[in-house]
Design a protein. Structure first.
Length: 181
């Protein structure tokens, strides 16, 4: 009789160990990077300004050449530096966020800042406001209605920026930054 009790107890212990392998999703709002041992919070950053480019060239060519607007962000590197080439992020939010409102962009790194090109304009072609350097993403909902965000391909080393929420990529200039080593 004792031999028959050992098998169910062993199975229960194995199932409970397997259930503990996956860390629990945080219940506080924010963006979190998923690691094998838990979650790391990503810090929200705001832009530090705008930088115009090509204005003089556009004026000298009577609007044929394009002028641009870049959004700038402080520091050449993010605090959160990752080695995972295809990181998984979880956005926990009480606000309604569509899976189509999430954008991942690769920053252009400068000596003392990072930049994103937002708009190009010319007299003849009009205004084109789209974010350059977008990275394709998979954005899905988990059972708790959180958004799980994963790049569809491996990320190259560099600095990246996750924009979330209403009008992500145009009206929104704050988001979550991280670097790939």
């Amino acid at each position: 009789m004792k031999r028959y009790l050992i098998v169910p107890v062993f199975l229960l212990a194995t199932v409970s160990l397997l259930a503990q392998d996956k860390p629990a999703v945080p219940n506080q709002q924010g963006m979190f990077y998923q690691t094998p041992t838990g979650y790391t919070r990503a810090e929200r950053i705001d832009s530090t300004g705008l930088k115009n480019s090509g204005v003089a060239k556009s004026a000298f060519t009577y609007g044929i050449a394009k002028a641009g607007v870049d959004i700038t962000y402080a520091n050449p590197n993010a605090i959160l530096q990752l080695t995972d080439r295809r990181p998984v992020f979880v956005l926990v939010s009480q606000a309604e966020v569509s899976t189509q409102q999430i954008i991942l962009v690769r920053f252009r790194q400068k000596k003392d800042r990072r930049e994103i090109k937002k708009c190009n304009a010319s007299m003849w072609a009009g205004i084109n406001c789209s974010v350059e350097g977008r990275v394709p993403l998979n954005v899905d909902r988990d059972p708790s209605d959180n958004l799980v965000i994963t790049p569809t391909t491996d990320l190259a080393p560099g600095e990246y920026f996750l924009l979330t929420g209403n009008m992500a990529g145009w009206g929104e200039n704050s988001g979550y930054d991280f670097g790939e080593r």
